[in-house]
Design a protein around this ligand. Structure first.
Ligand code: ATP
Ligand code: MG
Ligand code: MG
Ligand code: MG
Length: 468
């Protein structure tokens, strides 16, 4: 059975053989791109190649790109632990054409790799096309996909965008049917969010550019941008529908089980999954220079770290454990991503420090939460002031509280939370104004507030884009 590391190589070798230059992953913090919080797909480093602003000495490229989807347009933080196919950190395998080949080659490239090199049975595969894209429909027919397995989709699922602006275009997606023992329906059906039909590959026909005012133009060049989740294709090739069954994720889950002495595959499995996932995103973010803080990217990192730590706590961990899992991560991924080796000591220290600090308030915060819930009538939301107190006094990011409540089918009164936050800011402002340095202090506070609101916007997924 091929390992995750083998499958990454097979993909890159296939496209290298077909004239593509193997380009290293770019960092998770996009360079010179204030519109994007984290690199969320393979095309990010090539954005300007599609628009023609940047020229490289190749027109075909292939990558395994580190991606984080925990904020902004593509946010999967709340999916982790609940679906079999989403991570906050994952690797996106991609092939790219910058004004070189287009649809008529991109589709056969993808089809040949998955049905020949990966030897995936054709009768398990479905494809989707953008509803008006007759061309793509015909090319799929030509490579041999029966018409009733080419589904036309009219929603944004088949029109790919990295964010609110930038190169974009209609796309075609390849799905694998994992069988009727798993809940879910084919794309376009009401049950499509299940894990039975899993999207493995998205091939984007880059032909448009979207601008901040909402308008869209045709790009001069027609290009290709594709993305296949390494964890999803690996699960499939290793005989499972579940990303967390891959050799790589399993090794991390088992490390978590070892550190907590809790059965990896019993009823606590979900906590191990979250820990394994968040270990990867936090470690890779730290390796790329993000540090936990109270705003912007650093706050997203802090939120992920603290969520993981709550799950460790639910496994009974009394001492920090996240840093003890780093060596296993480095063993698994250090060869493909040497920055993990270089950054190992810093990653461990950062995790340990954050966890040591958070453990001091975590217990008391969870106790407060428990008390609040005991008195709360069924179906009622947790009052905003309580969520705010958890945030302000115990360092619980709002989404951590929401994550904790979700397990019990409850929600937070977020309007009440916002109101409590606004009230505290108003009080702080009043205190400044009364200090006798009114003019300057108020100005300073306004600036600080403008800059600092990302901690507030961090979980408002739409606004977070561009707010870093
Ligand atoms: P889904 O509909 O399943 O959420 P997507 O359409 O949002 O996926 P794309 O933006 O098309 O995903 O990304 C390209 C590929 O990257 C997907 O086909 C999938 O294989 C993989 N992928 C996307 N999001 C994740 C994730 N959160 N974790 C793991 N793999 C992912
Ligand atoms: Mg998605
Ligand atoms: Mg999709
Ligand atoms: Mg997709």
């Amino acid at each position: 059975m091929p390992s995750v590391n083998d499958i990454r190589s097979t993909f890159l070798n296939y496209f290298e053989r077909n004239g593509h230059t193997v380009v290293p992953s770019s960092p998770l913090v996009p360079r010179n791109d204030p519109t994007l919080m984290f690199t969320n797909s393979g095309m990010v480093q090539f954005k300007n190649c599609f628009t023609g602003v940047e020229k490289r000495d190749y027109t075909r490229a292939t990558t395994a790109q580190k991606c984080v989807r925990a904020g902004g347009k593509h946010n999967d933080l709340d999916n982790v632990g609940y679906t079999a196919r989403h991570h906050t950190f994952f690797e996106m395998l991609g092939n790219f054409s910058f004004g070189d080949y287009f649809k008529e080659d991109a589709i056969p490239f993808a089809w040949e790799l998955i049905t020949k090199d990966f030897d995936i049975p054709k009768d398990k595969l479905y494809t989707t096309v953008y509803h008006t894209d007759d061309e793509a429909f015909e090319i799929w027919k030509k490579v041999g996909v029966p018409e009733d397995r080419i589904i036309r989709i009219a929603t944004s699922d088949n029109f790919w965008q990295m964010g609110d602006t930038g190169p974009c275009g209609p796309c075609t997606e390849i799905f694998y049917d994992h069988g009727d023992h798993i809940w879910g329906g084919p794309p376009g059906s009401p049950e499509e969010d299940g894990d039975r039909f899993i999207e493995i590959w998205n091939v984007v026909f880059m032909q448009n550019e979207r601008f901040a005012d909402g308008t869209m133009t045709e790009l001069e060049m027609q290009s290709i941008d594709t993305g296949m989740g390494l964890e999803r294709i690996s699960a499939l090739l290793q005989g499972s529908h579940d990303n967390f069954d891959t050799d790589m994720m399993k090794s991390l889950i088992e490390a978590s089980a070892h550190a907590t002495s809790v059965d990896p595959y019993g009823d606590k499995n979900v906590h191990h999954r979250v820990i394994a996932d968040h270990l990867r995103s936090t470690s890779f973010l730290i390796a790329d220079g993000v540090m936990p803080s109270n705003e912007g990217r650093g706050y997203v990192l802090r939120r992920i770290m603290r969520r993981a730590m709550r799950h460790a706590h639910l496994l009974g961990a009394k001492d920090p454990i996240m840093h003890t899992l780093v060596p296993e991560l480095v063993r698994q991924m250090g060869e493909a991503y040497p920055e993990l080796r270089t950054g190992q000591a810093m990653i461990e220290e950062t995790l340990k420090l954050e966890e040591t600090r958070f453990i001091q308030t975590l217990d008391r915060g969870l106790k407060l939460l428990e008390d609040e819930l005991t008195d709360l009538p069924e179906g009622e939301k947790l009052p905003g002031e309580a969520a705010f107190k958890l945030y302000d006094t115990y360092g619980f990011p709002l989404d951590l509280t929401q994550d904790a409540l979700r397990e019990q089918g409850r929600e937070v009164d977020t309007d009440g939370f916002d109101a409590a936050m606004a009230e505290q800011k108003a009080k702080a402002r009043a205190a400044w104004a009364g200090s006798g340095e009114a003019a300057d202090a108020t100005v300073w506070y306004d600036i600080a507030e403008d800059k600092g609101t990302t901690e507030f916007l961090g979980y408002d997924t739409e606004k977070a884009e561009g707010e870093v």
